[in-house]
Each structure stands twice: as structure tokens, then as C-alpha cells.
Write a protein that binds this ligand. Structure first.
Ligand code: CTP
Length: 429
């Protein structure tokens, strides 16, 4: 157990990730989402990684080789018979630290699952021993087809990370599951594998409810009382939980402009009471509830129906406050009373600053006893740490008072550690 958190690391130009540059092979298959691969190249090169793009021949129907060559600074080939003297598939595969394939079509998934080596990309994948991340994109029917499901299962069994696609607008007017996640999501999730963190399907069949972001308590139609929460940690939890197989509902308050976690059902709320109502309506349907939202403890006792005007003398010089319900404590009470399942895992967050009454950890230990949840993720938010940053660190506290260090990492990495603990608690029940 560490007594004091180390100083915060300033965010860097590479999205807050400070690892050394790596050799990334970006495979691109022939789907309309191939254009998004250009932004994925950028996402990696901007953090200093070297990217070698290996498209399939059909991918070049969507994006020209010149575009990939210009963006990556490397020549582009599709066939093992291009530059035979260099035995490209062997060299590219052996030198790769990470293979990312985005988009992957149903046909490419089938060829990978069958172990085919009929072009440079599939041959390279057979040579590569590094982590492989595959981001499928296709029509919903193709994604749901038993052949595709079987190919995905085969690849996952072999240790390949096959990302869940997003739900949304597809090629035509139709929409559903099968959309390629946003480039920044693919880059961030791929970097987990480079950090040695996998996305096992250990939450498969679990229903996970996550709250994120700050609440806004209206003073009048124009003003509100709010807080500095960006919602990033809660969104990262939703992102990782979906990719680990969970059915995720995300209730989001005020957040930064963040991409919607792929495959999660997202419900928007504004105030603490709206959040309490949505959590209450859904708590019984979920196996795990994670309260990452920054809930306002108080709201103005009265919300003015029209804008308070300084000139008319209606503006108050002080605001009377009423306490909001403690949603987390209420969930623990509901579990005690049997209203929600006895096995429901309840996780809280504690954003603390040390003061005269104790250190950050002292406050967190008191909080987990007071709230009665199964796990508490505690952050030190003193001196501008955490809020709005892409990285996080802290401790995971359990009711027996033990505190496990969560080392500095991206919010997806921290989310992975939190979910590891959730899986352990679930397995012990
Ligand atoms: N929380 C909640 N309902 C509230 C306030 C907080 O469910 N009305 C939840 C938060 O989502 C978080 C945990 O309780 O998971 C701790 O929130 P925090 O604001 O740190 O705790 P408070 O109980 O408000 O304690 P204090 O402000 O005194 O630190």
C-alpha cells in the first residue's frame, strides 16, 4: 500500500500515452470504412509509432495506395509477389509489435480463421507472433451470421482481440450493429494490448450498469451548479466492459465530447434526481453497478422558472440547498432489503483530496465503510489531478480495508484493472 500518490504526469501530445514507439502493422480490408484507416494511421504516427499499412487488393478500391504511403511514409503492397527479394510477409510479420486490422470484412475474418495465406496481409498474420487486434465492420446480417460468429469465436480462442463493432449508421440508409468504431477508439483499445492488457470475454453474459459524468442542478433556465467531471473514466469502463463481453447500459450526465462506447446503450440525464430515477429503474436488471458519476450532493431548493435578473432585483445573493439522494448508499440498502439481487456487485468511486482530517486514503477507507459497497476506486484529485485528463491512477479499496495500487495509466488501462477486480468479486460469489 502506498501512503501518498505520486505527482501527476502532464498529458502528452500522444493522447497521454508515453510508451516508446512501436512497429504497427495496419491491415485494411475492402469495406467502405477503409477510409477511416487513414485516421488510424495518424493516431499511431502522432504518438511516434511506425505504421506499415498492408491493405487487401479490394481495400485499394476504396482508398488508393498513394494515400496510405503518404500517411505512413512506407511503401504499400498487397501481394506476396511484390518485392519478392525482400520476402515481405516474413519481414513485416516478424518486425511487428502489434497487428491491427481495421476494418476487417466478413471475408477477411473467414480467411484469418481458416489460416489462409493468399495475400500479403493474411500471410503476414501467420508469421506475426505479436498481439493482433481486429476491428470488424460489415452489415448487421453478416456480423450476426453463424459463419461469422464461428470465425470470431475461433479467432478469440487463439488469443486475437476481436473488437465489438459499434451500433449506428451503416453504408446505406440502414443502421445497426456492424459499424467500425471511431479511429481513436480503435487506437486506444489496441494500445491496451501493447501494454500487456487483454480483453478476455470474462464478462460475457453479465449485465453491467455504469454511471458517468457530472450532474447539473438547475438554478434557473440558464444556470446550474455542476462539477469538473469529464466522464472519461466512466466511458472507458463502458468501452472495456463491452469489449469483455458485457451487456452495458451507460447513464451519462454532463461529459466532455466523448465517442459513444461501442455496443453500449446510452441514456442521458442531467440532474442527480434524474440519475437516481434511471438507476432505480434499471438496478434490478443488472449484475454489476458501477457509480463513476460525480453526483451533486445538493441542489438548489428552488429552481427559478425564468432567468434570474440582476437588474430586476430577483437575483439571490445566496442559494438555499437541499440534499440529493445518495444513490450508491441507496443501492446497498436495496441489496440488503432484497429489492435487488444479493449477488449484485456494487462499485463506488471516491474523488478525494487530503485535509486536516486525514489523507486521501483515510477518507476513502471511511467512505467504503460508510457506503457499504464492494469496491471503491479512489483518486487523488488535488491540484487539478485526474479531472479531464486522459490518464488516471489511484487505489482499489475493499471493505476489509485493503488498498491495491492502480498504477498510472490511460483511463482504459485503469478501467481494465477495475473490471479485473469486479470479475474476481463476481467469481467468488
Ligand atoms: N454518490 C451517489 N450519490 C450521491 C453522491 C455520491 O451515488 N448523492 C456516489 C458517487 O457516484 C461515488 C460515491 O458515491 O461513487 C462517492 O461520491 P463522493 O462524492 O466522493 O462521496 P460523498 O458521499 O458525496 O462524500 P463527500 O462529498 O463527503 O466526500
Amino acid at each position: 500500500m502506498t501512503s501518498n500518490p505520486p505527482a501527476d504526469t502532464p498529458p502528452t501530445g500522444n493522447g497521454g500515452d508515453s510508451r516508446s514507439p512501436r512497429n504497427i502493422v495496419l491491415g485494411v480490408a475492402g469495406g467502405i470504412a477503409a477510409y477511416k484507416a487513414c485516421h488510424i494511421v495518424r493516431g499511431f504516427t502522432e504518438r511516434g509509432d511506425s505504421v506499415r499499412v498492408v491493405p487487401t487488393a479490394s481495400a485499394l478500391n476504396f482508398v488508393g495506395a498513394a494515400t496510405f504511403e503518404a500517411l505512413s511514409g512506407h511503401p504499400v503492397a498487397t501481394d506476396v509477389f511484390d518485392r519478392v527479394d525482400q520476402v515481405q510477409h516474413v519481414r513485416i510479420g516478424q518486425e511487428a509489435d502489434l497487428v491491427v486490422i481495421a476494418p476487417a470484412t466478413a471475408d477477411l475474418l473467414a480467411r484469418l480463421a481458416a489460416g489462409r495465406a493468399d495475400d500479403l496481409l493474411t500471410a503476414t498474420c501467420l508469421v506475426a507472433t505479436c498481439p493482433v487486434v481486429v476491428a470488424p465492420a460489415m452489415h448487421t446480417e453478416m456480423w450476426n451470421h453463424p459463419a461469422t460468429r464461428a470465425n470470431v469465436a475461433t479467432l478469440r480462442d487463439r488469443g486475437v482481440t476481436v473488437l465489438e463493432p459499434a451500433h449506428g449508421r451503416l453504408t446505406g440508409a440502414d443502421s445497426g450493429a456492424g459499424r467500425l468504431p471511431e479511429p481513436e477508439q480503435i487506437v486506444a483499445l489496441s494500445l491496451l494490448r501493447l501494454a500487456g492488457i487483454g480483453l478476455p470475454q470474462d464478462l460475457s453474459g453479465r449485465r453491467v450498469l455504469i454511471t458517468a459524468g457530472g450532474t447539473r442542478e438547475s438554478v434557473d433556465p440558464v444556470r446550474y451548479l455542476g462539477n469538473r467531471s469529464s466522464g472519461r473514466q466512466g466511458f472507458a469502463l463502458a468501452e472495456v466492459a463491452v469489449q469483455r463481453g458485457a451487456d452495458v447500459t451507460l447513464i451519462a450526465g454532463a461529459t466532455d465530447a466523448l465517442p459513444t462506447p461501442c455496443g453500449a446503450e446510452v441514456i442521458r440525464i442531467s440532474s442527480a434526481r434524474e440519475l437516481a430515477d434511471e438507476v432505480d429503474a434499471r438496478a434490478t436488471d443488472h449484475d454489476v453497478i458501477i457509480m463513476a458519476a460525480a453526483v451533486a450532493d445538493y441542489r438548489p431548493s428552488v429552481t427559478a422558472p425564468s432567468k434570474l435578473k440582476k437588474t430586476s432585483g430577483s437575483a439571490p445573493t445566496s442559494i438555499e440547498l437541499t440534499e440529493n439522494p445518495d444513490i450508491l448508499a441507496g443501492l446497498v440498502d436495496s441489496r440488503r432489503s432484497g429489492r435487488i439481487g444479493a449477488d449484485t456487485v456494487i462499485v463506488g468511486f471516491a474523488a478525494e483530496t487530503g485535509d486536516g482530517e486525514g489523507s486521501v486514503l483515510d477518507h476513502a477507507l471511511r467512505k467504503i465503510r460508510r457506503k457499504g459497497c464492494d469496491l471503491l476506486m479512489c483518486n487523488d484529485v488535488g491540484s487539478g489531478r485526474v479531472f479531464g485528463r486522459t490518464r488516471n491512477r489511484g487505489w482499489l479499496i475493499t471493505p476489509d480495508g485493503s488498498a491495491t495500487d492502480v498504477p498510472d495509466g490511460t483511463k482504459l488501462e485503469v478501467a481494465s484493472r477495475i473490471l479485473d477486480s469486479v470479475v474476481r468479486i463476481t467469481a467468488a460469489r
